[in-house]
Design a protein around this ligand. Structure first.
Ligand code: NAP
Length: 311
């Protein structure tokens, strides 16, 4: 057995699970495809995580969580998972390079990735003015015109960040009201260089070597207009990264179904964070899910080994 508890994903849910599992004395390994932190790494400042009244950079928060997980003995291994199989001893996890890791219990904390718009020009102009990360790419648009697509918390948070650099940010939203929380809407309204185009969709992203504009469609009148811009930032929601998981643990939108103990329909397999069905997608909730999953995964393991808590 490679470890007691294998955690897939090292965002806030996976890192918190690792802190709790490691601290409880379980051999713990986190598998991560690219780098720890998940979507925290795409966030300039997190100002609603308790304990940081001035806010904290996403990078710094992930760094502190990773240090804490390692302090309790959790290991971070860079690998992508392609399949999970239940075995008589626990689980075997197949990696994309064909290697197999074994564990008593598994916590899936894979999070979600950005949704694309699917319009002409989006793929062709990716990294040539089309971006899905304001924190990463916003500074490249100093004194330039940008469009932000979407009306949720991500779109407004990122628009506020990009506006620190850009000459003008235009938020294009398909409805007449934002989905984002009131405080973000207030901040957007108070930022002089952020404009909004409501009831509008981006139909095409134009340009050859770089973005030069977009074609907007008014969703009420159907009228199409050309709109000049140097960049297009797309924040139209998330897709759970769950394609490698068995269908029996997923809902219709491919999110993982759990109960309040973070148990899935497969005994010994737990889920935590943004990939979980019905999750409130916040860093603190992911952290809470991770702690809960680690606690019950530990209890389950102990029970399997005939060493239940309290004995
Ligand atoms: P989201 O809340 O799902 O919002 C997606 C936005 O994109 C919606 O406004 C949606 O429009 C729009 N949209 C979806 N498909 C579209 C399309 N094809 N064309 C045009 N617009 C489209 O996603 P999110 O903003 O990425 O947030 C994801 C989760 O993370 C949420 O739970 C959010 O609360 C959380 N989050 C929290 C914070 C924070 O607390 N500071 C920051 C970022 C994210 P409709 O409104 O019309 O559906």
């Amino acid at each position: 057995m490679d470890c007691d508890i294998l955690i897939i994903g090292a965002g806030p849910a996976g890192l918190s699970a690792a802190i709790y599992a490691g601290r409880a004395g379980f051999q713990t390994i986190m598998l991560e495809k690219i780098g720890s932190g998940g979507q925290m790494m795409l966030t300039d400042k997190i100002d609603n995580y308790p304990g940081f009244p001035e806010g904290i950079a996403g990078f710094d928060l992930q760094n502190k969580m990773l240090l804490q997980a390692k302090k309790f003995g959790a290991k971070l291994v860079y690998a992508e998972v392609s399949e999970i199989k239940k075995t008589s001893e626990g689980f075997s996890v197949v990696l994309s390079d064909g290697k197999v890791m074994t564990a008593g219990s598994v916590i899936v904390a894979v999070g979600a990735s950005h949704r694309t718009l699917g319009v002409p020009g989006e793929t062709e102009l990716a990294n040539k003015g089309v971006s899905y990360c304001g924190t990463c790419d916003g500074p490249f648009f100093r004194a330039k015109k940008t469009v932000v697509v979407g009306g949720g918390d991500s779109a407004l948070t990122e628009a506020i960040f990009i506006a620190k650099f850009a000459k003008e940010v235009t938020i294009v939203h398909r409805r007449d009201r934002f989905r984002a929380v009131h405080s973000l809407i207030k901040q957007v309204e108070a930022t002089a260089n952020i404009k909004t185009k409501m009831n509008a969709t981006v139909e095409e992203i134009c340009g050859t070597d770089s973005v030069t504009g977009v074609v907007l469609k008014d969703t009420v009148s159907g009228e199409k207009t050309d709109f000049e811009t140097d960049g297009v930032f797309i924040f139209t929601g998330l897709l759970p990264a769950t394609t490698f998981l068995p269908a029996e643990i997923l809902d219709g939108q491919k999110y993982i179904v759990t109960n309040e103990k973070m148990e899935t329909a497969i005994a010994g397999l737990y889920a935590a964070g943004d990939a979980r069905s019905g999750a409130f997608r916040q860093v603190i909730c992911a952290a809470s899910d991770g702690a809960t999953a680690a606690n019950y995964a530990g209890e389950w393991l102990e029970a399997q080994r005939g060493n239940a808590y309290g004995k």
